[in-house]
Design a protein around this ligand. Structure first.
Ligand code: ZN
Length: 419
């Protein structure tokens, strides 16, 4: 049909150029924001989904082919399903137009029905509504089945339910490690790096971005398991997860320090007079749990902020991480941080807050009150909306984390020397 010709005629040459841009981060962002779902959304909102299925399929195939060109490797069906999820569900946001077409048409119809009827001065009977509704329900969980009406037909609500169903379906097909990985990718703010514009602090090198995306999607990074080129003691898995926990080369310290420095800069912007690595907090001990110390944080007490990063895919966490969101970072915060330091720091008259990151970006729950207070202070001091401060913060911290992990993988390539 005409719509199909129009969509799929000019787009291939545009998308092909994205794959030769020699900057995968920029290519992907152009694809995500300017050259994928938004290119077809008008058609799927105005043409009944049953008439446009083949066009949508071709369009989706083209978008996926472009993504393959950007990361320069083929995709498994499992990776494709993850890529097509929204970033809130741990995907890459390249939504399938075929999956979402019934939702788009139904929501569009009901949002314009009243106005159209007022022009026509007669009720509109839409013969396509039943088939589109059946198609929509076939893409949702039974609990979300809906009779289309103007009250429940916001496209974003319907699309959220489709993503929820697709996410559930994908999870049911995965082994425990992939299930844990995808759940971890859906943690609040974990995916901020994916949508971040490549400003100076959020810019990835080509290799860093491709490795970060492959790790996110569970695409093998190495040909086969091998002895880790850095520690020479443990096996490097083909997905590179060992790089997150490998104890040598100082990578974990660099990652920790980079996360700490990001927080330090934001605390400085809030004029909280933060102090890095404050010594002598605990008498008769050389331990320095205060990665950042904030004097007079509240009620005359200083706050000791202690950062850490852990991998939710490692053996001891993977099963629980596949079932409970942010299990690993919260477990680590309790067992390794609170249990060890809290009572001793409180007895010195300070407050204690561990902030633990998972290697896919999840953040321990207790951190959020602190982070919200930080946004409030910066917003007030710099006269910036809190939403802008929050966006900047989450993107910055997420890019630092993902870039750091990509670098750890790069430095463990057995075949190459990066001198
Ligand atoms: Zn190692």
């Amino acid at each position: 049909m005409d719509a199909g010709k129009k969509i799929n005629k000019k787009l291939p040459s545009l998308l092909e150029k994205l794959t030769i841009l020699d900057n995968p981060q920029v290519s992907y962002l152009i694809l995500l924001f300017c050259a994928s779902f938004c290119k077809i959304v008008w058609y799927i909102r105005t043409v009944p989904s049953t008439f446009i299925t083949d066009t949508c399929q071709k369009f989706d195939d083209l978008v996926l082919k472009t993504f393959e060109g950007i990361i320069a490797c083929g995709l498994s069906s499992q990776s494709i399903k993850q890529i097509q999820l929204s970033t809130k569900f741990g995907g890459a946001g390249l939504r399938s137009s075929k999956d979402h077409a019934p939702a788009a048409y139904i929501s569009s119809f009901f949002s314009s029905k009243t106005l159209a009827q007022s022009f026509l001065r007669s009720p509109i009977i839409n013969p396509h509504l039943d088939s589109c509704s059946a198609s929509l329900n076939s893409k949702m969980l039974v609990e979300d089945f809906t009779e289309p009406s103007s009250e429940v037909s916001q496209q974003k609500d319907l699309s959220h339910k489709i993503d929820k169903s697709n996410s559930f379906q994908l999870s049911s097909e995965c082994n425990v490690m992939d299930k844990a990985r995808i759940l971890c990718c859906s943690a609040p703010h974990a995916s901020a790096w994916i949508r971040a514009l490549p400003t100076s602090s959020n810019k990835f090198s080509n290799l860093e971005w491709v490795l970060a995306m492959k790790r996110w999607l569970g695409i093998p990074i190495y040909n086969k398991e091998h002895m880790c080129a850095a520690c020479h003691k443990q096996i490097m898995d083909i997905y590179g997860h060992h790089a997150a926990v490998c104890p040598v080369s100082g990578d974990r310290i660099k990652r920790h320090n980079a996360l700490r420095d990001c927080f330090y800069d934001f605390c400085t912007n809030a004029a909280w007079a933060p102090v890095k690595e404050k010594p002598f907090l605990m008498p008769f001990s050389s331990e320095r749990p205060a990665d950042i110390f904030i004097p007079n944080f509240t009620a005359g007490k200083g706050l000791v902020v202690d950062f850490a990063c852990t991998c939710p895919i490692q053996q001891k966490y993977v099963r629980s991480s596949s079932q409970t969101l942010t299990f690993a970072c919260n477990k680590y915060a309790q067992e390794v941080k609170y249990d060890c330091f809290q009572s001793r720091i409180i007895s010195e008259g300070h407050l204690y807050l561990p902030i633990v990151f998972e290697s896919f970006g999840g953040i321990s729950g207790d951190a959020f009150d602190f982070i919200k207070k930080l946004f409030q202070s910066i917003s007030m001091r710099l006269s910036e909306p809190k939403s802008i401060v929050a966006k900047s913060f989450y993107e910055n911290i997420s890019c630092i984390l993902m870039r750091s992990l990509a670098r750890s993988m790069i430095s463990r390539f057995p075949e190459f020397s990066f001198v």
